[in-house]
Write a protein that binds this ligand. Structure first.
Ligand SMILES: [Zn+2]
Ligand SMILES: [Zn+2]
Length: 205
């Protein structure tokens, strides 16, 4: 499995392109803004899905154009639907003219997202919004945590649906259960590991 990182949009949201070399399948996680570099990174792989970790403007701004150009299906957690639909919740109204969108498929915890041989478990990890999900591959030892867990910090809880107790519970019960050598790919900033966060992240010590 191969992971490419692009930093897109006004606040440099991490957009991940996850590729399986053998089957030539790929998924894109959080295209915050459309850019041709996404298509270049996909290359000759087949884009199966566009996965949205949560319905905030800086993670969904590129979804519509990428879906149009690739025909890939858009997937989000069922509790993200309201955020995707409403600009008062996805906060597009503060930054852009219009970006309410609809996913093709709404999923829940315990769903599996497959990219070739790699399997990602879907965890419902609310607290930053009411509709956050994180993806964990136990065999590849990687996780994508959206705006829930970052290097040295955690997601904001002052936006609609945010809740400090809930985000801490999500992180402790669903992400920190994994071994220290799991790599954490967050929605912003640098990647980190579970071990590093357990030792240094003051919010979850
Ligand atoms: Zn967010
Ligand atoms: Zn964000």
């Amino acid at each position: 499995m191969q992971i490419e990182i692009l930093k897109l949009g006004e606040i440099k949201t991490n957009c991940y392109i996850v590729k399986d070399e053998e089957t030539k399948e790929a998924i894109v996680i959080d295209p915050g803004e459309y850019d041709d570099s996404i298509i270049e990174a996909i290359g000759d792989y087949r884009l199966k899905q566009i996965v949205i970790t949560h319905g905030h403007w800086d993670h969904i701004g590129g979804v519509e154009e990428l879906r149009l150009k690739t025909g890939a299906r858009v997937v989000a957690h069922i509790n993200a639907k309201e955020y995707l639909n409403k600009e008062s919740l996805n906060l597009c109204n503060f930054f852009k003219e219009k970006c309410s969108i609809e996913a093709d498929e709404y999923i829940e915890e315990n769903t599996t997202i497959k990219v070739g041989r790699a399997e990602f478990k879907v965890y419902y990890t609310p607290g930053h919004t009411l509709g956050d999900m994180s993806l964990v591959s136990e065999t590849e030892k990687v996780m994508f945590t959206g705006d829930v867990l970052f290097e040295g910090t955690i997601g904001r809880t002052d936006l609609p649906g945010g809740n400090m107790d809930q985000i801490i519970d999500s992180i402790k019960e669903k992400l920190l259960i994994y071994a220290d050598d799991f790599t954490v790919y967050p929605g912003h900033g640098h990647f980190t590991t579970i071990g590093h966060e357990k030792a240094h992240n003051r919010f979850i010590k």
